[in-house]
Design a protein around this ligand. Structure first.
Ligand SMILES: [Fe+2]
Ligand SMILES: [Fe+2]
Length: 161
């Protein structure tokens, strides 16, 4: 089993930072939170980075930070649309400013909502993050939602696993 903590030496440092832990408070897809969602995306992005032979550390970094934006709680339809379009840019700025991420990671974050993104994704790291985010999101809004209702799924990742 691929493990983001083994594959990426500073994954634990990123995840344990206070800004990252704050994502636990941000609800996502009606059944989870942005912290758990982002770690699931990083685990799957690691798998895709292996399949696509791209830099696994950059793929994990981009996946861990792809949704680090502040406006998830907005409720109205208009604000949700606004969030869907704008949060990748905000997350990319945060990734660079707070965690020192480089151009490739920030570009992958900026385009992770493709085809809703304002720019085209480029490269295998971006592809790994886009696919991982789509698969995880579909899982969360379908299977996980049903399993949560039946209380069959673990609700939170263990810190620093
Ligand atoms: Fe997103
Ligand atoms: Fe996401």
């Amino acid at each position: 089993m691929l493990n983001i903590y083994r594959a990426c030496p500073d994954a634990s440092t990123i995840i344990q930072s206070s800004r990252y832990q704050a994502m636990r408070l941000s609800k996502r897809h009606g059944c989870t939170n942005t912290y758990d969602h982002s770690i699931r995306v990083a685990e799957l992005a690691l798998m895709f980075s292996t399949v696509f032979f791209c830099d696994r550390i950059k793929a994990i970094h981009a996946a861990l930070l792809h949704d680090m934006a502040d406006s998830e709680e907005r409720k109205s339809f208009g604000e949700k649309c606004h969030y869907m379009m704008l949060h990748p840019q905000e997350a990319a700025v945060n990734a660079a400013r707070l965690y020192g991420m480089g151009d490739e990671e920030c570009a992958a974050i900026r385009t992770h909502m493709f085809p809703l993104s304002s720019s085209m994704p480029h490269g295998r790291i971006a592809l790994s993050v886009i696919l991982a985010d789509k698969f995880v999101s579909i899982y969360e809004v379908t299977l996980m939602h049903l399993m949560m209702q039946a209380r069959m799924v673990r609700v939170s990742h263990v810190r620093g696993r």
